[in-house]
Design a protein around this ligand. Structure first.
Ligand code: FAD
Ligand code: SF4
Length: 331
């Protein structure tokens, strides 16, 4: 058993200062990922800072301009059920409802969700096999091992893991903003910059550092927000992480696509935005499936599948097409 202490913080400044000055301290919200990591000995913090009592971080606010501000401690189930979220950004509500289980969603916070760590079995299992994310410099067992669930984009020889969060895929498509406070003040991080590709330092999942506390996630008003959909493909229909997924949001003139936002999950170390497909889809008709497929394919030319996951290249494109069509039905 790894020994640790736990204390409850009620003042954000105290939480940030303690985290900032103690290399062994970690924040704990719902604990649904952190405690699993500790049991698997993939995280060995000396001190847990329970942030659940921090004031003003649990609410969902519908902004007057049509956007949203979601407090970092808002629970996944509460966000998914919020009327403004469901009406303005169905893709967010769906990404949450397709994640984990009802009990987990009642405990788990949105900040914890986007901070959750890879589900790569070599990382999670405490079996001593090399894993650069668990033990930097030890090697990557998945690169030439079991890699069916791993990345097809953006991986490096150091790590081929994918990011497991469904919500993060929806937030990436919508260009959300992560509000982070630290001893120097508050900063706004564009969602595309929040998570990292593995490169030579796969132990770093995102750009946060010591003393950084997520306080809220902002979703700016989007013309594409209401006609949006999250589609998740997995090995079983519930209580399972994505093999591939798509967040699609569109604006259209009748049956013609005016603008579209697309992000895929289960394919990279971070949510993967499909910029080439988004550009090629503009002006196409929802009814012209041949051209829709060709436009989507543009974003998959750069795919680099591993030995066991080439099927994801085709599966992900089908997932994008279906998500786009379903979003289009909501226009
Ligand atoms: C069996 C199982 C199935 C799951 N299935 C899915 C799934 O299908 N899809 C999916 O998306 N997720 C899934 N999850 C993951 C689940 O959604 C996450 O565990 C949960 O969202 C984490 O939130 P939490 O509040 O419990 O975070 P915690 O476990 O408390 O924390 C996780 C991390 O976030 C950090 N953290 C928390 N809050 C902050 C903050 N405000 N600022 C800075 N850092 C912070 C913590 O320090 C820690 O490093 C599953 C989990 C389990 C156990
Ligand atoms: S893919 Fe990443 S998490 Fe998995 S074994 Fe390789 S280094 Fe570890």
């Amino acid at each position: 058993m790894h020994p640790f202490t736990i204390s409850r913080v009620v003042d954000p400044r105290e939480a940030i200062a303690t985290h900032s000055g103690d290399a062994g301290a970690v924040f704990i919200a719902g604990g649904t990922d952190l405690l699993g990591l500790m049991k698997d000995r993939a995280a060995l913090p000396a001190h847990l800072l329970d942030i659940n009592a921090l004031p003003g971080m649990g609410e969902v606010s519908a902004l007057p301009d049509g956007g949203l501000r979601i407090g970092a401690l808002a629970r996944m189930s509460d966000v998914a059920a919020d009327p403004a979220v469901r009406q303005r950004f169905p893709v967010i509500a769906e990404s949450l409802l397709f994640a984990a289980s009802g009990q987990l969603r009642n405990m788990a916070s949105v900040a914890g969700n986007i901070m959750q760590r890879a589900r790569c079995p070599y990382f999670r299992d405490d079996d001593g096999l090399p894993c650069n994310k668990r033990k930097p410099g030890s090697g990557c067992s998945a690169l030439h091992g079991l890699n069916r669930g791993q990345a097809i984009f953006g991986w490096s020889e150091s790590c081929v893991a994918t990011h497991p969060s469904d919500l993060a895929v929806a937030l990436a498509a919508l260009d959300a903003i992560v509000h982070v406070r630290n001893p120097s003040g508050e900063r706004a991080i564009p969602f595309a910059e929040f998570h990292r590709l593995p490169g030579d330092t796969p132990e770093q999942d995102n750009i946060l550092g010591r003393g950084d506390l997520i306080v809220a996630i902002e979703v700016p008003a989007r013309a594409e927000g209401r006609a949006s959909h999250y589609l998740k493909v997995r090995d079983r229909q519930s209580y399972e992480f994505a093999l591939v997924s798509t967040a699609a949001a569109v604006a259209s003139d009748g049956r013609t696509i005016r603008s579209v936002r697309l992000a895929t999950g289960g394919v990279a170390h971070k949510p993967w935005r499909l910029a080439a497909a988004e550009a090629a889809l503009r002006g196409l008709s929802f009814d012209d499936e041949t051209r829709l497929k060709a436009a989507i394919a543009r974003s998959f030319r750069a795919a680099r599948p591993l030995e066991h996951n080439a099927f994801k290249v085709e599966l992900a494109q089908r997932c994008v097409l279906r998500a786009l069509q379903r979003a289009g039905e909501r226009v």
